[in-house]
Design a binder for this molecule. Structure first.
Ligand SMILES: O=C1O[C@H](COP(=O)(O)O)[C@@H](O)[C@H](O)[C@H]1O
Length: 259
């Protein structure tokens, strides 16, 4: 648990947010490349890939995508070309738009063999954990992978990754990747990074935009203990490693200090 406070940044609109997110990601990339010559990032689905494209593509300063290893913070148990797949979304909105001259990231999707709503998602979670173990072998801390950056969304109910409010998965202490079969948001079967893995990352960024998020943002930032919401638990566990990139509509009425 951290004693230091997470950072909350609010921008007038998505363009300003994207500009600031670009600087933040490039700084995290530079730190990672200086340290181990690769940039290991976990990304979310939902609204994140579109904002990521706006932040990182078509700009004068460009990422070294050839040195990126992209993993998924959570994934739905569906084929990789399914409309509900976070991989598919990232591919359509971000990966396919990276100009060839910027290099291609190594992308680590889930094992398609078990990616359907009929199988037990535990198989998918175990295989994805194996994938992480291969990527992080010889790392600084073999008990937990340390991502250079995890990019998260926050649902209107306060969920992040596929960690939902009040769910028993929030108690998971040892697994790196967990399965869920009863996600309240469809589809029900998914896999997700666990809270300890998210909290262990070097940097964690949330992106939350739009007026539909303002009530949950007040709960997360202004209420006692963040109402125990999954996104609040990330703040609590990782403190000042966490930065929130929000727009004015999402944080209307939030009193928590900015910066
Ligand atoms: O189901 C999911 O939702 C969250 C939040 O999505 P958003 O559209 O409100 O940003 C997302 O971060 C997660 O990856 C996804 O599986």
């Amino acid at each position: 648990m951290s004693n230091s406070q997470s950072h909350l940044y609010t921008f007038p609109g998505k363009a300003e947010l994207a500009e600031s997110l670009q600087q933040y990601v490039l700084k995290a990339e530079a730190a990672a490349l200086a340290h181990h010559d690769t940039f290991r990032v976990a990304v979310s689905g939902g609204s994140l890939p579109v904002i990521l494209a706006e932040a990182l593509l078509g700009k004068a300063t460009t990422p070294q995508f050839g040195k990126w290893d992209i993993f998924f913070a959570d994934e739905r148990a569906v084929p990789l070309d399914h409309a509900d797949s976070n991989y598919f979304l990232l591919k359509e909105e971000f990966l396919n738009k990276i100009p060839a001259e910027l290099g291609s990231p190594s992308v680590h999707p889930i094992a398609e063999k078990h990616a359907n709503q009929d199988d037990d998602p535990q198989q998918l979670a175990d295989l994805y954990q194996d994938e992480l173990k291969r990527a992080f072998t010889g790392g600084e801390n073999e008990a937990l992978p340390i991502f250079d950056l995890i990019l998260l969304g926050c649902g209107p109910d306060g969920h992040t990754c596929s960690l939902f409010p009040g769910h028993s998965l929030l108690q998971e202490k040892t697994a790196w990747v967990a399965a869920i079969s009863d996600s309240p948001k469809p589809p029900p079967k998914r896999i997700t990074l666990t809270l300890p893995v998210v909290a262990a990352a070097a940097q964690i960024a949330f992106v939350a935009t739009g007026g539909g998020k303002k009530e949950i943002m007040r709960d997360i930032f202004d209420s006692e203990d963040g109402c125990g919401l999954p996104s609040s638990l990330v703040n609590k566990a990782a403190g000042d490693k966490v930065s929130w990139f929000t727009d004015s509509p999402a944080t209307e009425g939030v009193a928590y200090p900015r910066g």
